[in-house]
Design a protein around this ligand. Structure first.
Ligand SMILES: O=C(CO)[C@@H](O)[C@H](O)COP(=O)(O)O
Ligand SMILES: [Fe+2]
Length: 196
């Protein structure tokens, strides 16, 4: 679920009311990516609406990230942090290493704000760095992912894949989803074998 406030990014999408409406129709994990300037203001409304995951941007959290993580968890959601392509990976280390850490890092593979952009391969250095440092961390990638780019992301160590255009624009969306999932599973098998 892409939440954009027209301020953190130059685009405006949906908010808590849409999450609340969707929740009535599904038990699925609603993974909310908040591209907003004041993520703290969204914690309560999103928890009440039925959001499952709350991913805030490290660029928007400044030094109140610990409070934000605690509030997200106390509200019953999974806390996660996202970073833009231009933000260095070191910025999120403290959030992963904290006693009350984020449970997932979202490495943006395009500039946040719009769907349908081109995957940025340079961002894979950040995924590799995270995977090497944190073998069991959930690492999500988002932007330009599809059959032609998935292997770069999965072999770098990403295990949560966000795909918009490649799935919704496909003739056979379930086949694309299966292909993306297979790439991640295959890459994980290779990693497990190489650790043995
Ligand atoms: O958060 C964002 C963009 O800000 C992404 O979730 C994109 O919306 C994904 O769309 P595709 O790149 O897969 O079309
Ligand atoms: Fe997103």
């Amino acid at each position: 679920m892409d939440i954009m406030d027209g301020h953190f990014v130059p685009n405006l999408t949906i908010g808590a009311p849409v999450i609340q409406s969707l929740r009535k129709h599904t038990q699925a994990f609603l993974d909310c990516h908040l591209m907003v300037t004041n993520p703290l203001d969204y914690v309560e409304p999103f928890a009440k609406a039925g959001a499952s995951g709350f991913t805030f941007h490290v660029e928007a959290a400044e030094d109140n990230w610990q409070d934000l993580i605690n509030r997200i968890r106390n509200a019953g959601m999974r806390p996660a942090v996202a970073l833009k392509p231009g933000t260095s990976i070191e910025t999120v280390y403290p959030l992963v290493e904290s006693k009350e850490p984020v449970e997932m890092v979202l490495v943006m593979t395009v500039e946040p704000g719009f769907g349908g952009q081109k995957f940025m391969p340079d961002t894979m250095d950040k995924v590799r760095d995270l995977r090497q440092k944190y073998p069991s961390l959930d690492i999500e990638v988002d932007g330009g992912l599809g059959p032609s780019t998935i292997d770069q992301a999965s072999s770098a160590g990403a295990n949560c894949i966000v795909a918009g255009s490649s799935v919704f624009g496909a003739k056979d969306p379930p086949a694309v989803i299966a292909m993306l999932r297979k790439s991640v599973q295959e890459a994980q098998k290779i990693k497990i074998v190489s650790y043995m």
